[in-house]
Design a protein around this ligand. Structure first.
Ligand code: ZN
Length: 277
């Protein structure tokens, strides 16, 4: 009997943070050789490198650059912090353009010293202020709602409904949303909000991993698709129904996996992309 051909990985991308020990050149070479179609570039990998050269390396390897991660952190306590946050986001937009990334993913920020409402206003105003530069560089600002456990310091945008509200309020082709299963899987309103997001043209990215049971570290113990309790294929199906045709971006922060052999880890990721997304 002939074996069924495995689904290919041309619609799967890997976030460089997933294989954190590898420098960007190694990640590009290994992802391409494994058959992945894309790479999502984290900014720490660009330190000390020319982003134009990195962009060329990605294209030469036959990979698509799906996004630059991350901008955001818009919340501030004084004018100096506000200006600094905007400057860093402008740098992110320039880096995205130089590497050929169509979007910058935003971890929007939060400050425990102020109300979430105040933080949300600062986030919305920060994004609005960057829109002319996003348009000039041809780079979308993609709001990524984060799980509410990160509402203290990482993001005051915690549900897809609230991200949809913000994107619709900003009403710009240069604003989009990144749907990450890790942050949103628990939400009883998720499917309806994904449909709303797609209908309004704001669904720009889809991030996958899994929720390990028990989760031992709420930042650095994400699971590989299929080893936790998130219905990744179910969410992907709704995302596709909503009109999304982009990549499954594998984004896994895992201290355990980073300590192990990265080639074996990438092979596990490839298998999970074929079998559990
Ligand atoms: Zn994500």
């Amino acid at each position: 009997m002939k074996a069924q051909p495995l689904p290919d990985l041309s619609r799967c991308a890997v976030h460089t943070v997933t294989t954190k020990p590898w420098p960007i050149g190694t990640a590009i070479e290994k992802y391409a050789r494994a058959g992945f179609g894309g790479i999502t570039v984290w900014r720490d990998t660009l330190v000390g490198r020319d982003p134009l050269v990195v962009g060329k390396q990605i294209r030469d390897a036959g990979l698509r650059n799906t996004a630059l991660v991350r901008g955001g952190f818009f919340c501030y306590g004084n004018e100096e912090e506000r200006a600094k946050a905007l400057e860093d986001n402008r740098l992110a937009l320039r880096e995205a353009e130089a590497t050929g990334a169509p979007m910058v993913v935003l971890v929007c920020g939060a400050r425990p010293e102020q109300s979430l409402g105040e933080s949300r206003e600062q986030i919305r105003d920060g994004i609005a202020e960057l829109l002319p530069e996003a348009e000039a560089r041809g780079v979308v600002l993609a709001i990524e709602p984060l799980h509410p456990m990160y509402a203290d310091t990482r993001s005051a945008v915690n549900t897809l409904a609230s991200a949809n509200d913000m994107a619709e309020g900003l009403d710009s082709p240069w604003v989009g949303l990144a749907v990450d299963v890790y942050h949103l899987w628990w939400d009883p309103d998720l499917y309806a909000q994904i449909r709303r997001c797609g209908k309004n043209g704001n669904l720009t990215a889809f991030h996958v991993c899994d929720w390990r049971v028990p989760t031992e570290d709420f930042l650095l113990d994400r699971g590989l698709m299929g080893e936790g309790c998130i219905d990744v294929p179910g969410i992907r199906a709704v995302v596709e129904e909503a009109g999304f045709t982009g990549f499954n971006e594998v984004e896994i922060f895992s201290k355990r996996r980073w300590e192990g052999d990265q080639d074996a880890w990438l092979a596990d990721i490839a298998r999970a992309c074929r079998e559990a997304v």
